[in-house]
Design a protein around this ligand. Structure first.
Ligand code: GDP
Length: 297
């Protein structure tokens, strides 16, 4: 289960405090040490953990919680609020173009869940906004990727524009956008190539697609199971492409929590959606407060 160990360790730290009744500064320091270790073990970014612990301690001391009633309850609240804050406070909507189509470019490493998420997002827009999206198959390096997107399109009844694997992806995107304009599609979702790791050639290609398509949204898809690597990947893509949002996939797995808790703080970019399963309906808007509640258990 996601966050299992983090949740358990945080709850242990709080239950130790609760047993004390009155809490001394030493008790608080001990609890903060446990929280710090729990976060580090969950693979949360080191600087994020350091700032988190300092903020929680300063707030607890500043608010004189140790002298008040229910000090543990107040500390739990401060931790909760701070978890919400590092994840971005509030849900952030998709950027929308004032005139159709809104163009969304999906980027990310191979296997992160780009193609699946493109389909999930198309279905969500269709179901919730009665949108008429078009998906463009821009991953020409993996022939199976195009077939996969075509299959996803059939499954959710969303058209897919593709030109096979022998055409420059920038040209595919150009023609795909022309098609969308003719068909008056209100959303265009561009699936792009991924690699096992970030390389220059891939980044160049994505930058060229970005320059041509001028997308309203560049969604970086990252696998929550990869913890710190997800954060490093996010930094790499963001430095080069200035992404507008992140989709965190595979939160139905047993991720420790590092990616969810670090990405916003490290990159400054909001997590907009979370993938929680392999089905096309398994995509949800990311709510920092709900995620914090889930982590605290
Ligand atoms: P791409 O290479 O980035 O396009 O990745 P794919 O879309 O092909 O996804 C890789 C694998 O991850 C596939 O088996 C997907 O079904 C799976 N996947 C994607 N998102 C999720 C998710 O949120 N949860 C789970 N459990 N699996 C996912």
């Amino acid at each position: 289960m996601a966050f299992e160990s983090l949740t358990e360790r945080l709850q242990n730290a709080f239950s130790k405090l609760r047993k004390k009744g009155k809490i001394s500064e030493t008790d608080l320091r001990g609890a903060m040490r446990e929280i710090r270790l729990a976060l580090l073990e969950a693979d949360v970014n080191f600087t994020v953990v350091k700032n988190f612990v300092k903020t929680v301690r300063d707030k607890a001391i500043g608010a004189d919680v140790l002298k008040g009633l229910n000090p543990t309850q107040q500390i739990v609240k401060i931790v909760n609020d701070e978890l919400v804050a590092i994840m971005g406070d509030q849900a952030v909507d998709l950027n929308k173009s004032p005139k159709i189509p809104t163009i969304i470019m999906m980027v990310g490493l191979q296997g992160a869940g780009k193609t699946t998420t493109a389909g999930k997002l198309a279905l969500k827009l269709k179901n919730e906004q009665k949108a008429r999206p078009l998906m463009i198959a821009g991953d020409v390096y993996r022939p199976a990727a195009i077939d996969q997107l075509v299959q996803v399109g059939q499954q959710i009844d969303v058209p897919v524009f593709q030109m096979g694997t022998d055409v420059d992806p920038v040209e595919i995107v150009r023609q795909g956008l022309q098609k969308a304009s003719e068909e008056k599609n209100d959303y265009v979702i561009i699936d792009t190539a991924g690699r096992l790791q970030i390389d220059e050639k891939l980044m160049d290609e994505l930058a060229r697609i970005k320059a041509l398509a001028n997308p309203n949204e560049i969604l970086l898809v990252v696998d929550a199971m990869t913890g710190q690597n997800a954060v490093n990947t996010a930094e790499g893509f963001n430095d080069r492409l200035d992404v507008t949002g992140v989709v965190l996939t595979k939160l139905d797995g047993d991720t420790r929590g590092g990616a969810a808790l670090s990405i916003r703080a490290v990159t400054g970019k909001p997590i907009k959606f979370i993938g929680q399963g392999e089905k096309m309906t398994d995509l949800d808007v990311f709510h920092p407060d709900r995620m914090a509640s889930r982590i605290l258990g």
